[in-house]
Design a protein around this ligand. Structure first.
Ligand SMILES: [Cu+2]
Length: 389
């Protein structure tokens, strides 16, 4: 320990002496006889001027290279009704940023080159120019105002939910560390009330079973959506802040504990149709190429080959919510309405599921009891709550 301290002291002493000699060197500026001082001369300025130009070229070339090399990683064909509008806003913003960046970077580096230091050249004093200031203020104002207005228009369009619109379905998405569950409102189109305090056994979403609207609700661990029908999502969280992210549908909404958030969209492309989309086919082929290369390595090591990947829509969590956040996802299946209805029809309603589990657990007990005081006091975070009787 002592020797380490001695070494540190010696190193610091060395740095101090080195710094002192530098200060001494600086005091000698201007007194050098041969002109070999630390002050930049014309040659240094020229080198820096041309380096500025080279850097400008580097920015342009790298931008183009990035677009060509990674451009295909963008999201691809939007699968919801509002998707194209969203993509349009994104494209307009990117094109504007691209134009402004190209021009301003050119000006910045060109002027740095043009007005590089020259021996005997003095800076020109130029106070201000009203006309010039007016132009470079008013142009960004107009462009930004236009962009913001268009953005607000698109946002209201996307976020507007016509609650009275017929032929919609209501789906609740319930987030918890680290999985999703879905609940369909059932025949009546109304979700039953819910609270974490009611979580018990098969009732994993804490639905209030004394609410008449809750009886026909249907729970699922896979999200099925009918093509061409507006889906109103209601988001709830059991524990921490999550974010429901459905990139193919250009949809994202925060999922906040203690409140219900909402988003609605109409899916326009079924899973089967999307699998035939050229961009998706390219992506799948690329992923499978990587997987087969990996499989070859695995087999060489005596392991098992990876199964080939097929495309599926996904619901992902987009807020870092804990250790397994990266794997918090749910498969989304978009299908024709008939298939969707068939799938939903085969599922048990929550009322039936709760009754069934109660019958098998405690045959003596009759109807589902509303939450008792004891249940209210139960730890809400623990979803493995079983029996409070
Ligand atoms: Cu999460």
């Amino acid at each position: 320990m002592t020797s380490l301290l001695i070494v540190i002291v010696l190193v610091l002493l060395g740095i101090a002496i080195w710094q002192l000699t530098k200060i001494f060197d600086l005091t000698q500026i201007g007194t050098a006889v041969n002109g070999d001082s630390e002050v930049a001369n014309d040659r240094d300025n020229n080198v820096n001027g041309y380096l500025m130009f080279a850097f400008l070229g580097f920015i342009y070339v790298f931008t183009i290279y990035s677009l060509v090399k990674w451009g295909h990683l963008a999201l691809g064909t939007p699968a919801s009704e509002h998707g194209p509008q969203y993509d349009n806003l994104m494209t307009i913003s990117l094109v504007l940023i691209f134009i402004v960046q190209t021009i301003t970077q050119f000006l910045l580096h060109y002027f740095a080159f043009k007005y590089r230091g020259k021996k005997g050249q003095v800076a020109f004093y130029y106070a201000d120019n009203d006309k010039l200031e007016f132009v470079w203020t008013i142009i960004p104002v107009i462009v930004l105002a236009g962009l913001i207005l268009y953005g607000l228009y698109a946002w209201t369009n996307i976020m507007f939910v016509d609650e009275n619109k017929e032929d919609t379905i209501v789906v609740e998405l319930y987030a918890k560390q680290f999985s999703w569950e879905a609940r369909y409102a059932g025949e009546d189109g109304v979700l039953g009330k819910a609270n974490v305090r009611y979580i018990e056994g098969v009732n994993t979403l804490g639905v209030d079973m004394s609410d008449p609207n809750a009886q026909d609700d249907i729970q699922s661990t896979e999200l099925h959506l009918p093509k061409g029908k507006q889906v109103i999502f209601k988001f709830r969280s059991q524990d921490v802040l999550h974010s429901a992210y459905m990139p193919h549908f250009r949809a994202q909404m925060n999922v906040v504990p203690g409140m219900v958030t909402q988003f609605a969209f109409t899916p326009t492309i079924t899973t089967e149709e999307m699998r035939l989309d050229p961009k998706i086919m390219d992506k799948v082929a690329n992923i499978n190429k990587i997987r087969s290369e990996k499989s070859a390595d695995l087999i060489a090591d005596g392991g098992e080959a990876l199964s080939p990947y097929t495309f599926d829509y996904l619901l992902l969590c987009n807020k870092i919510c804990g250790a397994s956040h990266y794997n918090m996802q749910m498969k989304i299946v978009v299908e024709d309405e008939a298939d969707f209805n068939k799938w939903l029809g085969e599922k048990k309603t929550l009322g039936a599921a709760v009754k069934e589990s109660q019958a098998s657990e405690a045959p003596a007990e009759a109807a589902p009891a509303p939450a008792t005081e004891e249940q209210e006091a139960a730890t809400v975070i623990d979803s493995t709550v079983v029996d409070h009787k």
